[in-house]
Design a protein. Structure first.
Length: 170
């Protein structure tokens, strides 16, 4: 049996599919421009490892970033975690959430996930900033890390990463 409600949903689905395809095409063109050097990427003076995903939703990026920070610190590397600081009040200007010994800002300023990482990670500073390159420079100036772990940084193409670690929801 045919209903208008189902037809309306199908029409909405068709419209959303068209927008999704257009968005995907724009993203692919952007990625090609970065790969070919048409858009330039900025590099930091230390290694950068990014955790990210290609799907929507939680795939364990933050727990993986915590695991990597603990493991690399345990191996003797100086590590700083850089996160966007989603919904934190200092997201745009950036800031230091933790110096690795004490937490310097709360979740309202830093965002929930950076605060959680700062509370969990001992001896690993956490820095936030929407502009990951500037946040990385802040981390380098203050902590001189061997490695920056970029939490949820795969789509942030402006910053060169030595390793992109992509996680999938299983």
């Amino acid at each position: 049996m045919y209903s208008e409600e189902k037809a309306g949903f199908s029409f909405l689905g068709m419209i959303l599919s068209v927008f999704s395809a257009m968005y995907g095409t724009v993203i692919r063109i952007r990625d090609i421009f970065y790969l070919r050097g048409i858009f330039s990427r900025k590099s930091l003076s230390c290694r950068v490892i990014s955790t990210g995903n290609i799907t929507v939703g939680g795939t364990g990026k933050t727990p993986m970033t915590i695991y990597l920070a603990e493991t690399l610190t345990g191996l003797g590397y100086k590590v700083v975690v850089v996160s966007r600081g989603y919904r934190g009040s200092v997201q745009k200007k950036g800031g230091i959430v933790s110096n690795g010994r004490e937490i310097l800002m709360g979740p309202d300023s830093s965002g929930d996930e950076p605060f959680m990482m700062a509370a969990r990670l001992n001896n690993t500073p956490v820095v936030v900033g929407q502009n990951r390159y500037n946040a990385g420079l802040l981390a380098i100036r203050n902590f001189n890390p061997d490695i920056i772990l970029l939490d949820d940084g795969f789509q942030h193409r402006k910053l060169f990463r030595d390793i992109d670690l992509l996680l999938l929801d299983s």
